[in-house]
Design a protein around this ligand. Structure first.
Ligand SMILES: [Zn+2]
Ligand SMILES: [Zn+2]
Length: 292
């Protein structure tokens, strides 16, 4: 029996171009597994020609989520979220869009678009040749810091996502030699009050650790971080809540007692009950929760 969890804050349905899941499939799994609340965070891109540019209009998103919320009657609670692809060139377009289209909760993410060297394996290999991890990923961290400081987002999706793309050429992205890069982003999160997302999808992908790893959520706490949130970033029905218990465990172990979430006008702290923390920390580390 899976441990009942209060929230999965990052899920994609068929309204994302790279996902195929009907919302009801997630809702059924959430009810079955005891995930009390879910946020549907389909993609939106702001550059014409990108996959999620004008892919699903706002009215369709609202209708899908609000209808389902009514049908499922609070078990689980279903929220209207969004995952907006950020790059500094579209910041004003994102701002304008969000001002006119209210969501319960908004993730800002830097993705490997056609404008980046990681757009396909050929350009990625050429880009990484002769570079260190640091040199190959510089542009990405700059963009993530701008996303944090834009004031547009409740959280930043998969903070160190770029490591998925460098790993085939440069090997695993280690924490230690790059601690200063993480610190810079964590400090920006602390200063702005943007939440750190612990995104479990890295556990089912090549890095085999969350975005970012558990060491980083512990460091965030040390630096005074107070807001943290968790999501599975599922794009397939079998990925629902995958690895979510592991990231909750990392959050609990780092000393956080609540998740930070937004429900429209209300920014809320979702308490991690004593029973939950005990179940998480008593359940053993598991194979995937390494400090890496
Ligand atoms: Zn993403
Ligand atoms: Zn996502």
């Amino acid at each position: 029996m899976p441990i009942a969890l209060p929230l999965d804050a990052h899920l994609h349905t068929h309204l994302s171009p790279d996902a195929d899941v009907p919302l009801d499939a997630y809702a059924a799994l959430a009810r079955e597994q005891g995930v009390a609340e879910i946020a549907i965070t389909d993609h939106i891109d702001f550059v014409a020609g990108d996959p999620a540019y004008h892919y699903a209009d706002y009215d369709r998103r609202v209708r899908m989520v609000r209808d389902a919320a009514e049908r499922w009657a609070g078990e689980p609670v279903i929220r209207l979220g969004l995952e907006a692809t950020y790059e500094h060139g579209v910041e004003e377009a994102v701002r304008d869009y969000l001002a006119r289209h209210p969501y319960d909760y908004v993730i800002g993410s830097v993705h490997m678009t056609r404008r980046t060297p990681f757009r396909d394996p050929g350009t990625a290999a050429t880009w990484c040749a002769g570079k260190t991890h640091r040199e190959a990923t510089d542009f990405y961290w700059d963009e993530v810091e701008r996303a944090i400081r834009s004031g547009l987002f409740d959280t930043i999706g998969h903070l160190d996502f770029v490591k998925r793309y460098t790993q085939p050429y440069l090997g695993p992205f280690e924490y230690e030699p790059h601690a200063d890069i993480y610190d810079r982003l964590l400090r920006a999160l602390v200063e702005t009050g943007v939440a750190l997302e612990m995104n479990a999808s890295g556990l089912r992908q090549e890095p085999h650790e969350p975005y970012p790893p558990s060491t980083v959520v512990a460091r965030f706490r040390e630096l005074g971080g107070e807001r943290v949130v968790a999501g599975s970033d599922a794009h397939r029905v079998e990925h629902f809540a995958f690895g979510l218990t592991d990231v909750y465990r990392a959050i609990g172990r780092a000393g956080f007692h609540a998740l930070s979430f937004r429900r429209g006008d209300d920014r809320v702290a979702i308490e991690l009950s004593t029973e939950l923390v005990r179940a998480l920390l008593g359940a053993g580390a598991g194979p995937n929760v390494g400090q890496g």
